[in-house]
Design a protein around this ligand. Structure first.
Ligand code: IMP
Ligand code: MG
Length: 181
């Protein structure tokens, strides 16, 4: 069925369970507070869609784009962040929902842009983390799973060259298909 996938890392059932737990953590922190959930496209679309369905409070769902240039071998390039320009972030409590924190440059840039737009506080909810790859320190307040050994993974929103986002699980891409660094 999925010939390009070597191994399932997180099954759909495992993900569903974890997303429910994360939503409970988010709820415990914000309680009835109105929050803006800022979904970082495109990778976080599936995770965010599942997460927000478990949040009963007043949530303003917004979307951001982050375009990183090349890979971590060119850290001098600040990722380009596109926040919605018709949204007033002044005084808002923002939960940034990201697919995966790798070097940390993308999420750091998002935080900086939100601060510039006057957000009252910004917390990060990431589905996956590769802490061994970090180049800038990032505080991930809500985290789905930590990937050991930082494999390249796809599925559940994560892509390789635009493919595999639709897989309902997270899997390791077959070794011969993994992008060279
Ligand atoms: P960084 O933290 O700025 O290095 O960027 C993280 C971004 O790199 C994520 O939002 C993903 O788009 C991408 N990324 C990192 N690792 C993976 C992976 O294993 N699979 C798919 N995309 C990845
Ligand atoms: Mg991404």
């Amino acid at each position: 069925m999925y010939p390009d996938i070597d191994e399932v890392v997180y099954s759909r059932a495992v993900i569903d369970e974890r997303v429910k737990e994360l939503a409970a953590q988010v709820l415990a922190v914000y309680r009835e507070q109105r929050i803006t959930v800022l979904v970082v496209l495109r990778g976080a679309f599936m995770f965010a869609a599942d997460l927000v369905r478990h949040l009963p409070q007043d949530v303003d769902v917004q979307f951001a784009r982050v375009r990183s240039y090349g890979n971590s071998s060119r850290p001098e390039h600040e990722p380009e962040v596109l926040l919605p320009d018709d949204v007033d972030f002044e005084g808002t409590h923002v939960l940034v929902v990201e697919d995966i924190v790798d070097t940390g440059h993308s999420i750091t840039a998002v935080g900086r842009h939100l601060a510039e737009r006057g957000a009252a506080d910004v917390r990060i909810c990431a589905f996956l983390d590769k802490p061994t790859r970090r180049e800038v320190p990032v505080e991930v307040e809500f985290l789905g799973f930590t990937l050991e050994g930082s494999p390249f993974v796809v599925g559940y929103g994560l892509d390789h060259a635009g493919r595999y986002r639709n897989l309902p699980f997270v899997g390791k891409l077959r070794a011969d298909l993994i992008p060279a660094e």
